[in-house]
Design a protein around this ligand. Structure first.
Ligand code: CP
Ligand code: NVA
Length: 303
């Protein structure tokens, strides 16, 4: 496995399977009350430039559960906010820490950190990607469906960072992925092109959510306005037909699971009844972030 996780396309299918296997093992052991301490004496930095409920706390709790020490670093409190070059900060952090988890706007900033760091750098969300989210989501898909291949996985909503990571996952794992987005909100064409060029799995796009969701095994949605996007009432109007609600789910398989990386905006991208209903697996998704993040730290730091 490479030193860092910057995008899901950095990983091979074997790397993903190794992470998923370790995460499942760690989840089982955690539930049995067995405390593994592979990170004893290790320190993990979390450099965050955007808010977080799940990713921050699951990485912090996960580090502590594995015997390590997490340090939360608000990017605004560092000299980076006063112009200190990333290449300098990366080399300094590498002398103090054993891994660095970064959430920020520009993907290029995370990549620059990785280039100048001697420690693993982990992307905890950028404007372009959210790789660890989708890795833990695949763990949830396996728990509920027993597999990730030969399923119809449908993304409904904005062609955003999480959608980009799903496209990368489709290309690495051979998934059958359909994206239903309003015109003008499809994923970044360059990212789509790179994923399609791998000729692995199938990725298709449409602006017709009902058609996309037909016989779907997995329906996934996310906020219409991501962190850093401009709030816009017009955009919300354009997305009205893309709400994941009971009506839309009539087209899906009866056994469909509904996924959302959270935070959710009930009444926008998902209806209250679907969010709280029997097809929703959102709390399992949120839990699996903890186990998957522990596997990432264990494998990247300890090898
Ligand atoms: N899903 C997710 O990344 O949530 P947070 O923004 O709360 O970390
Ligand atoms: N697309 C969302 C995901 C949040 C976890 C955002 O970037 O705000």
């Amino acid at each position: 496995m490479k030193k860092d996780i910057l995008t899901l396309s950095d990983l091979s299918e074997a790397d993903v399977q190794r992470l998923l296997t370790r995460a499942a093992e760690l989840k089982k052991r955690h539930r049995q009350g067995i405390a593994d301490r592979p990170l004893a004496g290790k320190t993990v930095g979390l450099l965050f430039d955007k808010p977080s409920t799940r990713t921050r706390i699951s990485f912090e709790a996960g580090t502590a559960q594995l015997g390590g020490t997490p340090i939360f670093i608000n990017a605004k409190d560092t000299q980076i906010s006063r112009g200190e070059p990333v290449k300098d900060v990366a080399r300094v952090f590498s002398r103090y820490l054993d891994a660095l988890v970064i959430r920020t706007y520009a993907q290029s900033l995370i990549e620059e950190f990785a280039k100048f760091s001697t420690i693993p750098v982990i992307n905890a969300l950028s404007d372009l990607y959210h790789p660890c989210q989708v890795l833990s989501d695949i763990m949830t898909v396996i728990e509920h469906k027993g597999r990730y291949k030969n399923l119809k996985i449908v993304w409904v909503g904005d062609g955003n960072n999480v959608a980009h990571s799903w496209m990368n996952a489709a290309a690495v794992l051979g998934l059958n992925l359909v994206l239903a987005c309003p015109e003008g909100y499809f994923p970044d064409p360059a990212i789509a092109e790179r994923a399609l060029a791998k000729k692995c799995g199938s990725i298709s796009m449409t602006s017709n959510p009902a058609e996309a969701v037909k016989d779907a095994d997995v329906v996934y949605t996310d906020v219409w306005v991501s962190m850093g996007d401009k709030e816009s009432e017009d955009k919300k109007k354009e997305f009205q037909a893309f709400q994941v609600n009971a009506e839309l789910l009539k087209h899906a398989s009866k056994e469909v699971i509904v996924m959302h990386c959270l935070p959710a905006h009930r009444g926008e991208e998902i209806s209250e009844d679907v969010m709280e209903g029997p097809r929703s697996v959102v709390w399992d998704q949120a839990e699996n972030k903890l186990h998957l993040h522990k596997a990432v730290l264990d494998i990247l730091i300890e090898g």
